[in-house]
Ligand binder design. Structure first.
Ligand code: NAD
Ligand code: IPM
Ligand code: MN
Length: 352
């Protein structure tokens, strides 16, 4: 089926390998649009550490207002080398990436983890791995509720208060149950730390139980975050859909990337499920300064983020073409033999 619409995309390539992987995602999106008969109108936005050093802008209200007019945003990665002191850690992450997630109310941070045949997992028996993490996107310790008192004295106090609202937890968990109910295995695991973070833990558990009653067909599970890292390593088949807090979700999705063959394969959707604001699609990984500029970065995470974007805007056939092509390339070509642009080209060659 062809679609004759025009998709109005914002593209924020960012820093480090961001521009390298986004260039490949854009090529693949253009190629799939040609095949499916729709048009993509792309507007690049220069944001990130480099942009800040050059202009002093992190993310202005004016840029935010322009971004809001797009159907969706394709994002690469922002941030400097965590070992360098040139830019204080957190400025770019908070003032660009988190500002976008909060301003556009991206309360669902969707992170599929799939082990593609041909990928190389560090697990000796990876088996079939196919789960999806529904990470909270706007609350928890990320909310920015905290600060420093008595700075520079021996009584200095630093707080980062985890903020959890009933509304935020409810819409998150409801989304996860809905998603689980559409999947073949219909399993949903809550991951938290209810034995120590008892206040937030009770809010999450109570709402989880309440919504579970509305989805009797969904099999529920619970693990503490520390044990979850064991199960993700020893028994990833245990998981189908995972719902979790912002920080726990950040950590386990890097682990999920690692067990499924590398963080360079892991995509992410920052979803505003109410549709009020544009959603944003990006790789799970960062700007990878250690490999930037060497044509070494795997662009598949960015390409798969493009597929998530197409599915989100109502172009599922186009999304499927990309995912099928990635599957073919993974199965047929050892990844280590290819550079960033060659992986992009190999995917385009398999788009039929
Ligand atoms: P990172 O994800 O950039 O890199 C971690 C490791 O994974 C590195 O060894 C890197 O080489 C490797 N890697 C990442 N992407 C890869 C790819 N596509 N192909 C092959 N290998 C890949 O994490 P980091 O080093 O902790 O962070 C670097 C910077 O990126 C920091 O400033 C951090 O704050 C920022 N960051 C940004 C985002 C984002 O923009 N969404 C996400 C994570 C980190
Ligand atoms: C991610 C990143 C971000 C996060 C940082 C850069 C703010 O690690 O997208 O996983 O912690 O969410
Ligand atoms: Mn992360």
């Amino acid at each position: 089926m062809t679609d004759t619409r025009t998709l109005n995309l914002a593209v924020i390539a960012g820093d480090g390998i961001g521009p390298e992987v986004v260039a490949q995602a854009e090529r693949v999106l253009d190629a799939v649009a040609d095949l499916e008969g729709f048009t993509i109108d792309k507007t690049p936005y220069s944001l990130g550490a480099e942009h800040w050093l050059q202009t002093g802008e992190t993310l202005s209200d004016e840029t935010l207002a322009r971004l809001k007019e797009h159907d969706a945003i394709l994002f690469g990665a922002v941030g400097a080398d965590p070992r360098s002191a040139e830019i204080p850690s957190g400025i770019i992450e908070r003032e660009v990436l988190l500002k976008l997630r909060f301003a556009f109310d991206h309360y669902i941070n969707l992170r599929p983890a799939r082990f593609y045949p041909g990928a190389v997992s560090p697990l000796s028996h990876p088996g079939e791995i196919d789960f999806i993490v529904v990470r909270e996107g706007t609350e928890g310790p990320y909310a920015g509720n905290g600060g420093v008192l008595r700075a520079g004295t021996e009584h200095e106090v630093a707080t980062e208060v985890s903020l959890n609202t009933a509304l935020g937890v409810e819409r998150l968990i409801r989304y996860a149950f809905q998603l689980a109910s559409t999947r073949e295995r219909k399993k949903l695991a809550l991951i938290h730390k209810t034995n120590v973070l008892v206040n937030a833990g009770q809010l999450y558990s109570r709402i989880f139980e309440e919504i579970a009653a509305e989805y009797p067909e969904v099999h529920t599970d619970y693990c503490h975050i520390d044990a979850a890292t064991i199960y993700l390593t020893n028994d990833p088949q245990r998981f189908d859909v995972i719902v979790t807090d912002n920080l726990f979700g950040d950590i386990i999705t890097d682990q999920a990337g690692a067990i499924t063959g590398g963080i360079g394969l892991a995509p992410c959707g920052n979803i505003n499920a109410s549709g009020e604001f544009p959603s944003m699609f990006e790789p799970v990984h960062g700007s990878a300064p250690d490999i930037a500029g060497q044509n070494k970065a795997n662009p598949i995470a960015a390409v798969l983020a493009g597929a998530l974007l197409l599915r989100h805007v109502g172009l599922p056939a186009a999304a499927q073409r990309i995912e099928d092509a990635v599957e073919h390339v993974m199965a047929s070509t050892p990844q280590t033999d290819l550079g960033t642009d060659e992986v992009g080209q190999a995917i385009i060659d398999r788009l039929t």
